[in-house]
Write a protein that binds this ligand. Structure first.
Ligand SMILES: Cc1cc2nc3c(=O)[nH]c(=O)nc-3n(C[C@H](O)[C@H](O)[C@H](O)COP(=O)(O)OP(=O)(O)OC[C@H]3O[C@@H](n4cnc5c(N)ncnc54)[C@H](O)[C@@H]3O)c2cc1C
Length: 1004
């Protein structure tokens, strides 16, 4: 059949479906109902979409009428409500949030949303849904059941989810024999599922999936694995094929998996799956859908700077869907295809293709969602085709994510259903052939193995790199530099990236034991005390030895730096920036290796180490651009006969004292800021991460910082540091570390030594006692993992880490129960294995200090959760403390370890007061879905970086400039527009331009 004939055949099938659909309208668009009218209003005014969806999202978490009325008022301000007029009037009357009007509003709103959700959800429990299932069967359809689940944050929850499926299979087998068909989401089968620990994720998913498959098989039923976010795609595929490769499932043909046509790599995955089935001479069921996470994938990829794995035009998704339908049907000897679409054109194409290829009807069926596209289902039934409904079961709270996805889908302007039933688009347009996707020359297939490999995803990709190359080469045509953009984090969905990391960690392990000298004025010194650096996960393993400097060398370093500074300062700002850009390029090229050194020397996980290297690159790129901006003198005022110029000059010689917890990023950030502004730098790395310090120094040196302008001066203890801070030749000090040392530096810097000619500036970043506030209406599915990541990421050894969770009394018990369960699912062990979430503390002293804090917590309050840790290495269990007395020092002092205190607050006012009752003011967080609370906390929570509805660590250069006040530090935010100003002195030069009455700027 030629293309013309194929087009005609698909069109004919489409017209037949439309004819059979008649004038029926699906319930969700039926204006007879509240929901239909609301959807119509939202379609007409997209500005209503956000408040409506957010309100629907929070509703199940609101227990009191008062809360419902208040939230409704907050979301639906006058004139912005898609709710019916009578609910709006009630809302106005329910101003106080209490009384009969509020109660009636709450009742009506709850009932409206509950009814609406019944459109899409078959029942609250399998038993309650049996009637709906029977109705489907009576209508001649079949069904597959999906159990709606809260996001799984603990292993206990994953076990519970597995057990629910086992029970579901039992109920269906008993009550509706022959109708056992379930759809399963793998994300609910393992709480730590993730791309970085793919192998471990696949294993753990298989462990819980296998019994479900066995139960379903035993009941002669069928299973389909749903497909979720792109990051989980390969885990889902691997778990599916590996489980079925088990001899227990040999010859079973009723196991299936969903594939998403909006992914550019869908056809490749489909062919791979078909190949797998062919090799084993078995049949596989494939449900082809377009994909329900389009907005999520697009936003996440943009946020991370990764290539977007989905097509950006709807017509290309439709085209790819048809391509995949064709491939699957061509292979019907091995594939049973489920066409999962409500789009008449897509369905008609599948019908015409199946007919053309002579595919027997039992080898394909049509699947649609419960509550969606009912007129289409009826039409297909009348044509004699098998139709299966995807029927979710569950309570409203766990079902909310599903419901919001359906709302999005139905309200989407791009959606087929909306075009048919609301927008009345012509049938010709609806049945038009989709446009084929043509790959632009040089464009790789996004969403394939090539994207984001260690090489492609880091060194070569990204605009930062482009900017680097251009700047180093003097810039493109107009002398400009690409706008700053953050270095994308490594994409661990790509197997090449994981392999690169594994190899780098192994390689670095083999190179351990090297020695590094101190370097002053380009000369190497090995005279001082050797600093032996060990792997905190296996303290017997020496990572390297770095030679410290002596007191005499410290003085020499200052003299050398003073001498070199002038020449360096005379270089143009663009030239100094180019040095930073070159260093960034070198770091990009060594991305996995640099991260691996952190894994070894500081006990950091793969992803956290990679993030540190990316941050170092960001600082180089950002400060380089900032210097070019600030390096241009600015004309001030506008006065004839006079020229006023505002410009910056370097301060002189800076001492950079760096910490071990971000050994590359903070070292490179502080040193490069001081250097690019024209200063000379004495760089002292932490004695706990000196090898990483050497790497930071080497990067800048290889980037082109001249000898003497940058000096590497390691030193154990505070003696050398104190001597240098007090040296009259040092003009400013940049420090990140503990409060005690930071304050000592500020104090010493304030003392004027004989011969000193400047008032020293000390820029110090110290600690935090950071809190996350959790409101009664917070989404705990989000809040629990975010608090876990903020409190225990890198073992809590970040100044931004969360050490207090201050939780509204109304959800305190639920929060504590879920977070404690989540902690029990964490795994402590060496970070070179990405399956371990918690690594060691930096050294034995840190371990003892944190153990002592936990012991105090046990005496003063309650250890609500902890887990066993390995014996070898400086490990401490992630620990949750509750019931601490208000005056406990554990609530006030920084612990710098994986210890989280959970505190109950009466209301959010008290929560903010408790949070603010701290000497520190660094980071803070809030989980709330109340616009009014969010607005209030923005004003009252006194922290340098406030994060709303997300974790509180991982600030990005240029996006979340970082730094706090009070005892958290003094100085402008790192990675922000004011940072470089601290290392320069502003000058104003005024010249009288009038000579003998002639002024060049006054033209007669
Ligand atoms: C039985 C069944 C099971 C399902 N299981 C899954 C599953 O496991 N995983 C999953 O993700 N989804 C699943 N879905 C949901 C499914 O992805 C959506 O219902 C489907 O995408 C809607 O497509 P359509 O053909 O019905 O409608 P259409 O209106 O033709 O297509 C809408 C779809 O087009 C895509 N799209 C929208 N805008 C753009 C754009 N600008 N550029 C590119 N593409 C765009 C999106 O995928 C969107 O959902 C399932 C659906 C059914 C019917």
């Amino acid at each position: 059949m030629g293309p013309e004939a194929a087009r005609d055949a698909a069109r004919a099938k489409g017209l037949e479906i439309f004819r059979l659909m008649g004038t029926d309208i699906p319930a969700v668009f039926d204006r007879k109902w509240w929901a239909g009218r609301m959807m119509e209003r939202v379609m007409r005014d997209p500005a209503l979409k956000v408040p409506l969806f957010r309100f629907v999202d929070v509703l199940p978490a609101l227990s009191a009428n008062r809360q419902v009325a208040r939230h409704a008022r907050q979301y639906f301000a006058a004139g912005k409500s898609p709710l019916p007029w009578f609910v709006n009037s009630l809302l106005c009357a329910a101003e106080s949030g209490v009384g009969p009007a509020a109660a009636l509003t709450a009742f009506l709103v709850r009932r409206g949303v509950a009814r609406f959700s019944k459109t899409f959800i078959a029942g609250e429990t399998p038993r309650a849904a049996l009637a709906a299932f029977q109705r489907l069967v009576d209508e001649g359809k079949t069904f597959t059941v999906d159990l709606l689940g809260e996001a799984v944050v603990s292993e206990a929850e994953a076990d519970a989810y597995r057990d629910l499926y086992l029970a579901l299979a039992g109920t269906l087998a008993r009550e509706m024999p022959g109708q056992v068909n379930v759809s399963v989401k793998v994300s609910a089968l393992y709480s730590r599922i993730g791309a970085v620990n793919r192998e471990d994720s696949v294993l753990e998913v298989r462990r819980r999936l296998a019994p479900i498959l066995a139960a379903v098989r035993g009941a002669r039923g069928a299973v389909c694995l749903d497909m979720e976010q792109y990051a989980l795609k390969d885990i889902t595929l691997d778990a599916f094929t590996q489980t079925l490769d088990d001899p227990a499932f040999e010859g079973w043909e009723r196991a299936g998996i969903a594939l998403q046509a909006y992914l550019r790599c869908a056809e490749r995955d489909l062919r791979r799956l078909i190949g797998w089935a062919k090799d084993r001479n078995r049949r596989v069921a494939i449900r082809l859908v377009k994909g329900a996470y389009w907005e999520y994938e697009t936003v996440v990829a943009r946020q991370k700077g990764w290539e977007i794995p989905v097509f950006s035009r709807k017509t290309h998704t439709d085209w790819n869907f048809e391509r995949c339908v064709e491939v699957a049907l061509e292979n019907h000897d091995h594939v049973t295809l489920a066409v999962g679409s409500h789009n008449v054109r897509s369905i008609a194409f599948a019908l015409a293709t199946a007919e053309r290829l002579g595919v027997p009807r039992e080898r394909y069926e049509f699947q649609m969602l419960f509550g969606m596209g009912d007129p289409i289902k009826r039409a297909l039934k009348q044509m004699g085709f098998a139709v299966r409904e995807y029927a979710p079961v569950g309570a409203l709270l766990p079902g909310m994510a599903y419901l919001v996805r359906r709302l999005l889908e139905n309200a989407s302007n791009e959606g087929f259903l909306q075009k048919v039933f609301l927008a009345n688009v012509s049938r010709d347009a609806l049945l038009a052939e989709p446009e084929p996707y043509v790959e632009a020359p040089g464009e790789g297939e996004a969403g394939t193995a090539e994207v984001g490999t260690a090489e492609a995803g880091t060194a070569e990709a990204g605009t930062a790199e482009a900017g680097t190359a251009e700047a180093a080469a003097g810039g493109p045509a107009a002398g400009g530099i690409a706008r700053f953009s953050n270095e994308p984090p490594a994409d661990f969905t790509v197997s090449g990236t994981r392999t690169a990391f594994r190899n780098a960690v192994a390689e670095v392990g083999k190179r351990a034991g090297q020695t590094c000298p101190a370097v002053i004025g380009g000369k190497e010194y090995r005279a001082g005390e050797p600093i032996v650096s060990v792997n905190p996960a296996r303290p017997r393993d020496v990572v390297g030895t770095v030679y410290g400097i002596t007191a005499e060398l410290a003085d020499r370093a200052v003299a050398v730096a003073r001498e070199a500074q002038n020449g360096w300062a005379q270089r143009a700002p663009e030239e100094r920036a180019a040095v930073l850009f070159r260093a960034a390029r070198i770091a990009s090229g060594r991305r996995a290796e640099l991260a691996a050194w952190q894994v070894r020397e500081t006990g950091k996980s793969w992803a956290e180490s990679d993030a540190d290297v990316a941050e170092a690159i960001d600082y180089l790129e950002y400060y380089g651009r900032e210097m070019i901006r600030l390096g241009k003198p600015v004309r001030m005022g506008d006065c004839p006969g006079e020229e006023n110029v505002y410009l910056y000059r370097p301060r002189g010689v800076g001492l950079v004292v760096a910490p071990w917890n971000f050994p590359l990023a903070i070292s490179v950030g502080m040193a490069s800021a001081a250097l690019v502004t024209g200063n000379a730098v004495l760089y002292k790395p932490s004695s706990l991460s000196p090898v990483n310090g050497w790497l930071a120094f080497s990067l800048l040196r290889e980037g082109g910082v001249p000898d003497g302008a940058l000096n590497f001066i390691p030193g154990k203890g505070d003696a050398v540091g104190d001597r240098l801070v007090g040296n009259p030749g040092v003009d400013f000090i940049l420090f990140t570390g503990s409060r005690a040392v930071g304050l000592r530096i500020v104090e010493k810097a304030g003392q004027t030594a004989p011969g000193q000619r400047v008032v020293k500036r000390a820029v110090v970043e110290m600690g935090g006692k950071n809190a996350i506030l959790v409101d009664a209406d917070a989404d705990l599915d989000q809040a629990v993992p975010a608090v876990i990541a903020s409190a225990f990421g890198y073992q809590g050894q970040k100044c931004s880490a969360c050490s207090r969770a201050i939780v509204h009394a109304d959800c305190y018990d639920r929060f504590v129960a879920r977070i404690c369960d989540a902690v029990k699912g964490l795994r402590v062990g060496p970070p070179d294995d990405p399956a371990n979430t918690i690594g060691p503390l930096i050294d034995g002293a840190a371990m003892e200090r944190v153990q002592a804090a936990i012991a105090l917590g046990r005496r003063e309050g309650r250890v609500a959760a902890d887990i066993p840790v390995p014996e070898d290495g400086f490990y401490v269990s992630p620990t949750i403390l509750t019931d601490l007395p208000a005056d406990s020092k554990l609530l006030k002092e920084e612990i710098f370890g994986p210890v989280l205190a959970v505190i109950r607050a009466r209301d959010m006012e008290e929560a903010v007061d408790l949070a603010n009752a701290s000497d520190y003011a660094l980071t803070g967080g809030l989980f709330s879905r109340s616009p009014a609370t969010i607005a209030r906390v923005r004003e009252t929570f006194a922290v340098g970086n406030l994060y709303i509805n997300r974790g509180i660590t991982g600030a990005l250069v240029g996006r979340q400039p970082f730094g706090g006040s009070r005892m958290s530090g003094v100085g402008s935010k790192a990675g922000g527009p004011d940072y470089l100003l601290q290392f320069m002195e502003p000058r104003v030069i005024t010249e009288n331009t009038m000579r003998r009455g002639f002024s060049p700027d006054v033209v007669p």
